[in-house]
Design a protein. Sequence first.
Length: 210
Amino acid sequence: MQNITNIPTTSNLTAQGKALTKIYQAEQKLLKSNTTKMVFNAESFEFKLGKLISEILSVEEVKLIDKAKALKYGINAIDRRRKSEALWLFSNHSNVVTWLKNNPKKRFTSLSYLQKTYSFEHKPKLEETVKQAEILQLEDKSSKQSDVGQSVKAEPKVTEKLTASDIAFETVLQLTKNRVSKEEFLVALKEHLTLIEDNQDEIHQLDEVA
C-alpha cells in the first residue's frame, strides 16, 4: 500500500514547477548571452569552422563538401547542420554583426534560431513579389501580336493544370493585393471545404453533365 505522505500535493507540484522555471530562465539567459558573444567573436569555434569550410570550397573549386572531402580535411565527425550554420555565419558575418548592433534587444538561444530570424527579416517583401508578378503579366500581354486583319488558324487551346504550389502562390498574391488577412481567409476556406464535402454528390453530377 502506497504511503500517504508520498502522494504529491498541489502545493508541492507548484513549488517544483516554479523551481524548474527559475532554472529554465537562467539557462535561457545564459544561452542568449553565449550566442551573442559567439557571433561577435571572430575567434569562436563557429567562425573558424566557417572560415575553414569556405577555404576548402575555394581550394577544391566545389560548392559542396561531400563525405570524401570532409574525411580528407578531418571534419567528417562534425555535425552537418553545424557545419552549414558555421559557413553561413562566416559568409554573412559583417552583415549579421551590423544587424545585431542595430537591434540590441534581439537575443537568441542558438545560432539556428538567429539564422532563421535573420533570413526571414531579410527575404524579399511579399509586396515587391506581387509587383514583379504584375509587371511580368503586363509585359507578357504587351508582347503578344495582334491578330486583327490576319487569317490565322486558331490552334486548340491546351489547358495547363495548376499545381498545389501554383494555386498557393496565386492565393497569397490575391490576399495581399486585396488586403485580406490570413485569419479571414482560413475561416472562409474551412467553410467552403465543408460546403463542398457536404455536397459531393451534386458536384459530381454537375461534372458529368458538363
